[in-house]
Design a protein around this ligand. Structure first.
Ligand SMILES: *Cc1c(COP(=O)(O)O)cnc(C)c1O
Length: 487
């Protein structure tokens, strides 16, 4: 196929996607709104596209780029002596921090059956790491009003087996900052490591501080914090595949590395999960960081804060909408209330059906807001990640939100079919056969066949999912995504 046609086909595939630029997609994408930035990142990537970062003795340029990137993070969030690693994303950074803590606890404290103490709002990546690495998660409920981690309950959950304690700055789900100094102090008192998940806030918060906003202490300068993750592909506006994990010192980072000399091939030492490592990802992140620069990031952080202030003020004026907690920066979670009587404050209960109708109505109006289901007593909500490109969209968003909410109220409520929830209660997720799975998926409107695949409106599917027991939910999610990737 000629190159032009290949590219035309790729461009055509993109037409069915949510837009990644323009500030109407409120999850997954980060738009600095800067002309030429995408072109710069692409050119930097292609300069290094053929380079393999696996071996810095053959490609010393990659060591230079990664040292510069980790150095930039350490200058912003580190402490003297901090060392780190450039990784492919937040999940990999977190995976490595958990592996480091597990191996450190084994080597230094003789812990054989390690535990991970984390607030219920910690990112799912910690549960993934725990599952991959055979570490037992110990989940601590958060404050149901502020959505912040409960420092004393966290301290009480620490045992002799705890390898790592987690705090978020901020949490993805609600955008609130956990009490990092208190949690880190409790961990330090027991001789336990403490990781701050600053994947989403790590680059934004220090620049918000520079822009004159109040930001509580959360980084490696806080006593007791021993590692931290920050994604450059979020508020540093690099393309996807760029994150840094930072440790208090080299002695800690050593536990992250994997070396192997017991095979006949080249001597292996991998700092990360990857073997072959794309040089282009470090190069594009390096280019974006250099190009925007400290003053550029400060100005962009100011725009995010402006978007957030205007959006939160506007939401508080919409009857029947409640903003959850005190959003610290770029993230806002809102819920819709059944009564619709009050402005923001008390009264009215979060209404799942209404909320999901609202998300569907907004999607029909060209906005993607991310549904998040209820968990551990925390209400279902819609998540919005704000970027500089949001500023120009706030008024349009608020006006569409008001109209969409009215439209959602006029729709018949969606409820989980009681016969299905009853059926589901009797199913054992571990022994479900393919037919039973197919039946439940079809019931949910997600099956194969006519009308299968991805439904236009997600409310009926998500209401059902919300009502199912967790293990069954997880099994169905697996089957569903297996049906998306058919081959
Ligand atoms: C995005 C995010 C992660 C996971 O990062 P990925 O880059 O999606 O793998 C972890 N923690 C928080 C708080 C995040 O926002």
């Amino acid at each position: 196929m000629p190159a032009e046609e290949v590219l035309a086909r790729l461009r055509a595939l993109r037409e069915g996607d949510a837009p990644t630029r323009g500030g109407r997609t409120f999850a997954y994408v980060y738009d600095a709104g800067l002309d030429g930035l995408d072109e710069l990142a692409a050119a930097a990537y292609s300069t290094f596209a053929t380079v393999n970062g696996l071996d810095p003795t053959v490609f010393p340029s990659v060591a230079r780029l990664e040292n510069d990137l980790v150095g930039a993070v350490a200058a912003l969030l580190g402490a003297p002596g901090a060392q780190g690693t450039f990784t492919s994303g937040g999940t990999e950074s977190i995976m490595l921090a958990v592996k480091t803590a597990r191996d450190h606890a084994r080597a230094v404290r003789g812990v054989r059956e390690p535990q991970l103490v984390l607030p219920s709002t910690a990112h799912a990546a910690f549960h993934k790491a725990a599952a991959y690495l055979c570490v037992e998660p110990v989940v601590v409920s958060v404050d149901p009003h502020t959505f912040r981690a409960d420092a004393s309950a966290t301290a009480a959950a620490i045992t002799d087996r705890t390898a790592l304690v987690v705090a978020s700055a901020p949490s993805y789900a609600h955008g609130v900052i956990d009490p990092v100094p208190e949690i880190a102090a409790a961990a330090a008192e027991r001789g336990v490591l403490c990781h701050v998940d600053a994947c989403i806030g790590g680059w934004l918060l220090p620049h918000l501080r520079r822009a004159g906003r109040d930001v509580p202490p959360f980084d490696l300068s806080v006593p007791g914090v021993t590692s931290l993750s920050v994604d450059l592909h979020k508020y540093a506006y690099a393309d996807k595949g760029a994150s840094v994990v930072l440790y208090r010192d080299a002695g800690l980072r050593r536990h992250q590395y994997f070396a192997h000399a017991g095979w006949p091939g080249y001597p292996v030492v991998n700092p990360t999960v990857q073997g072959t490592k794309p040089g282009g990802l470090a190069a594009q992140a390096w280019a974006v960081l250099r190009h925007i620069g400290e003053d550029g990031y400060t100005a962009l952080a100011g725009r995010v804060a402006e978007a957030s202030d205007r959006l939160v003020a506007g939401l508080r004026g919409i009857r029947g909408v409640r903003v959850l907690g005190e959003p610290s920066a770029g993230l806002v979670a809102l819920t819709a209330l059944s009564s619709g009587e009050d402005h923001g404050g008390g009264g009215g209960e979060p209404d799942l059906s209404l909320l999901l109708h609202l998300a569907d109505e907004m999607r029909e109006r060209g906005w993607y807001l991310q549904p998040q289901l209820s968990f551990d007593g925390l209400p279902p909500n819609l998540h919005l990640t704000l970027t500089p490109a949001t500023v120009g969209q706030v008024d349009a968003l608020l006006s569409d939100l008001g109209a969409a909410l009215e439209a959602a109220r006029a729709l018949p409520p969606v409820t989980a079919d009681p016969s299905l929830t009853e059926l589901a209660a009797g199913l054992d997720p571990d022994t479900l056969g393919p037919e039973e799975v197919a039946a439940v998926l079809a019931f949910a409107g997600l099956g194969d066949g006519p009308g299968g695949g991805l439904p236009g409106r997600m409310a009926p599917v998500l209401v059902l999912l919300d009502a199912l027991p967790r293990a069954l939910k997880e099994r169905l999610l697996t089957e569903f995504i297996g049906s998306v990737f058919r081959i």
